[in-house]
Design a protein around this ligand. Structure first.
Ligand SMILES: NC(=O)c1ccc[n+]([C@@H]2O[C@H](COP(=O)([O-])OP(=O)(O)OC[C@H]3O[C@@H](n4cnc5c(N)ncnc54)[C@H](O)[C@@H]3O)[C@@H](O)[C@H]2O)c1
Length: 301
């Protein structure tokens, strides 16, 4: 899709971070918007910011907004149908809403697993399936599903997040191939951001199981997570929209995502020992050289 003007884009997780930045960029381009999030207060702020942008660059812009929890199948389907009815057609769905969880596999509760898979994976499935018929009806459509750099390589403490983002990648790559075969005017792109300066770490859940193994405590864990955030959400939104314009199958955002992709492809199994070595080095730095390794760690002095 080369031109966004007068198209209609639906965005999940539009209240913050990359979702908000995408909404503002698309508004500047004159793309009508259907914005959703589960956070009503922050979503209203996005709508207000979009209104200010539109008043300068696209005064006829139509903007609708809805409180949608993407893990709720019926709610997402109802929102897709309401969006098509309100705007007349829908061209783009950005399945962007997501959350993070730091936990070992051993320490993660099924409640936390259901929570993250419900949002990060099922949310993407719901958005894709609910909007696909509307995108096909529009004659020119694009599904943009947000995976992560953690959909390219795995890391200790990120097992649930890795599972959700690898699943988004597999689901979207298969979808893209089906759409290519169907030649139906709809395409799909998987997005793999590296560290982006958003609220994701602050909103994340951190299980005590990572304390002492990877971090000192939850607060320090979130701070450590944020140290890897090197790209602005505005830059990320620009890269995503360039990827849609170029009809890319995958979009990597940031030099960290490019490096991680290269590492996972060049050393598809051996990269794991590099990651473990790095995690041990960081732990020694954080906890001090005298810190005793957890009994199950197997680390040699
Ligand atoms: N920030 C990063 O470093 C990074 C890296 C890789 C991938 N990602 C992915 O990018 C996407 C956007 O995240 P972000 O970094 O902009 O984070 P963010 O926390 O700033 O924004 C995420 C938005 O999703 C919303 N959300 C959370 N649960 C929801 C639910 N159940 N239903 C609807 N909305 C919900 C939040 O309210 C928030 O507005 C996510 O899928 C995330 O996993 C982020």
């Amino acid at each position: 899709m080369k031109v966004f003007r007068d198209k209609v884009a639906a965005i999940t997780g539009a209240a913050s971070g990359m979702g908000r930045a995408l909404a503002l960029d698309l508004a500047r381009e004159g793309c009508h918007l259907a914005l959703s999030d589960c956070n009503a207060h922050a979503l209203a702020q996005t709508v207000a910011e979009v209104g200010r942008v539109a008043s300068r660059s696209a005064p006829m812009l139509r903007v609708t907004s809805a409180i949608v929890d993407v893990s709720q199948r019926d709610t997402v389907h109802a929102w897709a149908d309401e969006t098509a009815a309100a705007h007349g057609y829908v061209n783009l769905i950005f399945n962007n809403a997501g959350v993070a969880l730091s936990s070992t596999v051993e320490g993660m509760s099924y409640d936390d697993l259901d929570w993250i898979i419900g949002i990060n994976f099922w949310g993407v499935v719901h958005g894709t399936k609910a909007f696909l018929p509307h995108l096909q009806a529009s004659g020119e459509g694009h599904v943009i599903n947000t995976s992560s750099v953690f959909g390219l390589f795995a890391q200790p403490g990120m097992g649930a997040y890795n599972a959700s983002k690898y699943a988004v990648r597999g689901f979207t790559e298969a979808l893209r191939q089906e759409l290519d075969l169907m030649n139906c005017g709809v395409s799909a792109t998987t997005v793999h951001p590296g560290g982006i300066k958003t609220n994701i770490a602050r909103a994340s859940r951190v299980s005590p199981s990572v304390n002492g193994l990877l971090v000192r405590d939850a607060q320090q864990g979130r701070e450590e997570f944020e140290k890897f955030f090197i790209t602005s959400p505005e830059k990320a939104a620009r890269v995503i929209l360039e990827g849609v314009r170029a009809n890319r199958r995958r979009v990597l955002i940031g030099p960290d995502a490019v490096a991680a992709d290269a590492m996972a492809r060049l050393l598809p199994a051996a990269y794991q020992s590099l990651v473990v070595r790095d995690a041990r080095r960081k732990r020694r730095k954080l906890l001090g050289n005298g810190a005793s390794a957890p009994a199950h760690d197997g680390e040699r002095a």
